[in-house]
Design a protein around this ligand. Structure first.
Ligand code: FAD
Ligand code: DLZ
Length: 510
């Protein structure tokens, strides 16, 4: 019996179970560029271009393997995936539509209506490209008071036999080398320039179409430099193994003026849309360590992100949706300042992180968490607005990964599921981690008054505002006790300065 297989824009892999189980002689495949997916948030143009180009390349690769592929382009004006299916089913009737489960809850909900609307039977397969199934994560989470990533990660290392001694103990005797991976950036190394990728005719055509169709979205397409096929993405990863992995761990928390990418992988976008496979990357990095091409701390630091954090956030998302998206436990409702869309702010660290996010669709983890996210947390920005911004701006953003990171890790709006304490920090942290402050008009060593770094007063204002909740948290008790010990007049002056600074920062641009 012939089936119609729908491949979504973030499922572009032969390991996609809907493709892996298909028969090219019988089954047909549909890929569709549609308005509903391209416009549910104002996606960065880099993201749209990457996905459309990678979809078109993958459609061609499927044809090369003998599949009959129906490909709908954005310019054809098809509004939704359901409409795309209806169009193909009209000319090529099938009784079964098969799809790998989507990565976003909203789309899964929409799919629940397809059987009736399209008069087909819908087969939804579990996404086996992830390393922890829904059941594995549910079983691990069952009965735990706290869902700490570290314990999940250890279980994953053991399950997949990654970085283990022959007796099953962690390589080198420790599970985690995070302490060695927090070095601040002071220009210690030359940062290797990234490869300039050659654009195929397909990519060039997509770039022109995206520029025309999405004139108001963020993203400077003149700087487009993302791999759009599995082979190119693999070459990007090989470059990382050779030139960046050795320094990845040590400087992964560094905030660096001269480079958006520093020694980071620049691979999340490829993993998330199916161009790279997570386990393959982990075993290549383990091999690099065994071949003495990097330290254990670098290899472990990298593997923890993929085998640990990436799988863990997906587990949290599917375990706790849809209620998770409603979390706002710190009652944050301030409007998003205009500069989130323009990067026009005189806080140097924030300006650099916002500018590269808007222009390139990329910022590394510490920029997302401790510069932009920290600002949003301290400023009490509206949780839904911030989550939507992150979902729109980053090339790698899909809700299964974006939401737990933003709502949970950065904004602490899930009441502590993802993080045992808020990731709140003052200007001193930002100064320690990097070299932005030397070019900033604000001073991280001043608390109040003209020229004081706003992160400082905003940090203590945050502590003061959430004193009741934070003083119940053992990991915050030292900080809350220190704040209480200060003279009332000092506390009042700092909070008042924080209020004033915030008011100015939130003022709409004229
Ligand atoms: P590297 O630093 O080289 O890390 C290697 C890989 O580890 C990444 O490619 C990614 O696949 C994985 N990884 C690392 N940290 C995480 C994490 N916390 N959660 C999941 N995977 C992780 N990542 C996304 O893929 N999509 C998002 O929408 C996204 N939104 C985020 C929002 C916030 C507020 C924060 C704090 C983090 C977010 N992250 C997101 C996680 C992380 O910042 C990015 O994965 C990383 O910056 C991507 O760059 P890279 O490939 O150079 O990563
Ligand atoms: C992000 C995205 C965009 C911009 N466009 C499309 C599209 O036109 N067609 C498609 O199949 N997928 C697209 N995607 C990815 C989907 O939004 C993604 O599959 C869902 O959010 C589920 O993760």
């Amino acid at each position: 019996m012939s089936r119609l297989i729908l491949v979504l824009g973030d499922q572009l892999s032969f390991a996609n179970p809907a493709i892996a189980s298909a028969d090219p002689a019988e089954d047909q495949v549909l890929l569709a560029e549609v308005a509903e997916e391209a416009q549910y948030v104002p996606h960065n143009r880099h993201k749209i271009a990457l996905i459309f180009s990678a979809m078109r390349h993958f459609g061609n690769a499927l044809r090369d393997r003998g599949f009959q592929v129906h490909y709908i382009r954005f310019a054809e004006g098809v509004p939704s995936l359901q409409a795309a299916l209806a169009r193909v089913l009209e000319s090529h009737p099938c009784t079964v539509v098969r799809v790998c489960e989507p990565g976003e809850y909203r789309l899964r909900e929409a799919m629940a209506g397809w059987e009736k609307a399209l008069s087909v039977s819908l087969e939804m397969l579990e996404d086996t490209r992830f390393l922890a199934s829904h059941k594995t994560f549910r079983d691990w989470a069952a009965g735990r008071k706290q869902l700490r990533m570290e314990y999940f990660y250890r279980a994953m290392r053991q399950h997949y036999g990654v970085l283990l001694e022959p007796d099953g103990q962690p390589a080198g005797g420790r599970w985690n080398y995070d302490q060695e991976n927090r070095v601040g950036w002071r220009g210690q190394r030359d940062i290797p320039p990234r490869r300039a990728l050659k654009q195929s005719a397909v990519t060039r055509e997509v770039l022109a179409e995206v520029a025309r169709a999405f004139p108001d979205n963020p993203g400077d397409l003149a700087q487009f430099n993302y791999a759009c096929t599995a082979a190119e993405a693999r070459a990007e990863f090989d470059w990382f193994l050779e030139y960046a992995l050795a320094d990845f761990g040590r400087y992964q928390d560094g905030l660096v003026e001269e480079s958006p990418w520093v020694f980071h992988g620049k691979i999340s976008m490829y993993l998330n849309i199916g161009l790279l496979e997570p386990l393959e990357l982990c075993s290549d990095v383990e091999q690099a360590w065994r071949d003495e091409r990097c330290s254990l701390a670098a290899a472990e630091g990298f593997i923890r992100q993929i085998l640990g954090w990436r799988e863990y956030v997906r587990g949290v998302y599917w375990l706790l949706m849809p209620e998770y998206a409603e979390g706002n436990s710190l009652d944050a409702h301030n409007p998003l300042p205009d500069f989130f869309w323009t990067a026009q702010t005189d806080l140097r660290c924030l300006q650099r992180a916002l500018r590269q996010s808007l222009e390139l669709g990329y910022a590394h983890h510490i920029q997302r968490l401790m510069v932009i996210g920290n600002f949003a947390l301290l400023a009490g920005l509206d949780v839904k607005a911030v989550c939507e911004w992150y979902l729109a701006v980053y090339v790698d953003a899909f809700e299964w990964v974006e939401l737990p990171n933003t709502l949970g890790m950065a904004l602490h709006a899930d009441g502590g599921v993802m993080a045992s304490k808020p990731y709140a920090a003052s200007g001193k942290y930002i100064q320690r981690q990097g070299d932005h402050c030397k070019d900033c008009r604000y001073s991280p060593s001043r608390m109040t008054g003209e020229g004081a770094c706003p992160y400082n007063a905003l940090y203590w204002r945050f502590i003061d505002r959430h004193m009741d909740a934070l003083s119940q948290n053992p990991r915050m008790s030292l900080i809350t006790a220190n704040w209480r010990k200060r003279k009332a007049s000092e506390r009042e002056a700092i909070v008042a300065w924080g209020d004033q600074a915030l008011q100015q920062l939130l003022e709409p641009a004229t």
